[in-house]
Ligand binder design. Structure first.
Ligand SMILES: Cc1cc2nc3c(=O)[nH]c(=O)nc-3n(C[C@H](O)[C@H](O)[C@H](O)COP(=O)(O)OP(=O)(O)OC[C@H]3O[C@@H](n4cnc5c(N)ncnc54)[C@H](O)[C@@H]3O)c2cc1C
Length: 352
């Protein structure tokens, strides 16, 4: 007889681990399937110099605080180390590398298929993140451009751009941070849809999270919600970005009109040669494995109530952004979504 798990978690990043913490505490029979060869998930793939935008204590998963960093903001390596030790501490049943190709629902059970095995489960948590789905906007002539185009998900360090003419496209924190280091070795222009807003120097992820939490609780309790003073999309003045400001490179221009073979044509018709474009234009959702259930809308999202799929009993989605739980795409925020998810799974399993 093939084993039937109470829960299969697809993914092995921070969202999956937060769920694992509560699944373990609830003593459920579960397994986690991650396609990476080692712990760390998308943090393994980020660029070399990336640091968090909050101090360690404000970047922790449930149960165990991230150890303090010597630097004001922990590095990418410190996050990977924390996730690795977190997995070891709780001895999660993680199988690696296992890529889930599809999750289908048949005869009251989920069939979670990888290339070598099909896992059967009463419930499934999808925690596959966004990193697999880099988003690049459509620009006319992009296919004719003969030079380098790279999404931030493939960017590692500024070395390949030395002495080049580089456009950095996208007005978020990735754009600001990549511009900050590439501008040290290359001639850069930062292209954004609108002017970007920089946060005050003393406002970091911790302040953003506190402010957003206060608004969230006010909304939950029907209280008056004050307008946000600071927005999560605004640029956090991490040390590298402050340094870029002091070098005078932290300014933006509006988008170019189209590409040609060797560069871009700006909206005033001026043609300019460029060597590379780095797209810091964000991500969609890595949900292809759910296609078999036909649940996705045009934006690639699944309709949810909290984290529970509205049109498929037994399926939960954790960590993809505010639409699957307030601040659920952050280390500190995902614990709340995970706790609620596992409580709902326990209730669900009592009924089936
Ligand atoms: C530039 C940048 C800076 C950031 N800074 C911060 C910060 O300072 N603080 C903070 O809290 N957050 C930050 N984030 C956000 C955070 O890194 C992500 O939101 C987070 O990694 C999401 O975790 P996750 O577990 O949901 O997804 P992931 O970390 O992407 O993990 C998903 C895992 O599932 C695997 N997977 C995907 N599909 C399958 C499949 N079909 N089968 C099996 N496995 C699969 C993936 O390979 C991966 O291992 C930042 C993000 C970026 C891009």
């Amino acid at each position: 007889m093939q084993e039937i798990y109470e829960t299969v978690v697809v993914g092995g990043g921070q969202s999956a681990l937060a769920c694992g913490y509560y699944l373990r505490r609830a003593k459920l029979n579960y397994v986690m399937l991650d396609d990476q060869p080692a712990p760390g998930a998308s943090w393994r793939k980020y660029w070399d110099s990336l640091t968090l935008f909050s101090p360690a204590a404000f970047s922790s998963l449930p149960g165990w605080l991230m150890p303090e960093s010597k630097a004001p903001f922990p590095s990418r390596e410190e996050v990977i180390d924390y996730l690795t030790k977190y997995e070891q501490r709780y001895e999660f049943p993680i199988e690696r590398p296992v890529q889930v190709q599809e999750v289908c629902f048949r005869d009251g059970l989920f069939e979670v298929r990888s290339a070598h095995k099909t896992y059967l489960a009463r419930t499934v948590i999808s925690a596959t993140g966004t990193f697999r789905k880099p988003f690049i906007p459509n620009y006319q002539g992009a296919e004719t451009f003969r030079k380098l185009q790279l999404h931030s998900s493939d960017y590692k360090n500024p070395e390949p751009f030395k002495d080049k003419r580089v456009l950095i496209v996208g007005g978020g924190n990735s754009g600001a941070q990549i511009l900050a280091e590439v501008s040290k070795v290359a001639n850069t222009t930062w292209v954004t849809l609108d002017e970007v807003t920089f946060l005050p120097d003393d406002v970091d992820g911790r302040v953003l999270f506190d402010q957003a939490s206060a608004r969230y609780y006010a909304m939950q309790h029907g209280k008056e919600v004050n307008p946000s003073q600071f927005h999560v999309g605004n640029i956090v003045m991490v040390p590298a970005v402050k340094d870029a400001r002091s070098r005078g490179v932290l300014h933006t221009v509006r988008p170019f009109h189209r590409f040609y073979e060797d560069g871009v044509i700006w909206s005033d018709g001026q043609q300019e040669k460029v060597d590379a474009v780095i797209w810091c234009t964000g991500f969609g959702y890595a949900l292809d494995h759910l296609d078999c259930m036909n649940l996705k809308d045009q934006k690639g999202k699944v309709e949810v109530e909290g984290t529970k799929a509205k049109h498929q009993a037994g399926l939960w989605l954790v960590g993809y952004g505010n639409w699957t739980g307030f601040a659920s795409a952050t280390l500190i925020g995902v614990g709340r979504s995970a706790r609620q998810t596992v409580a709902e799974i326990q209730d669900f399993l009592k009924q089936v």
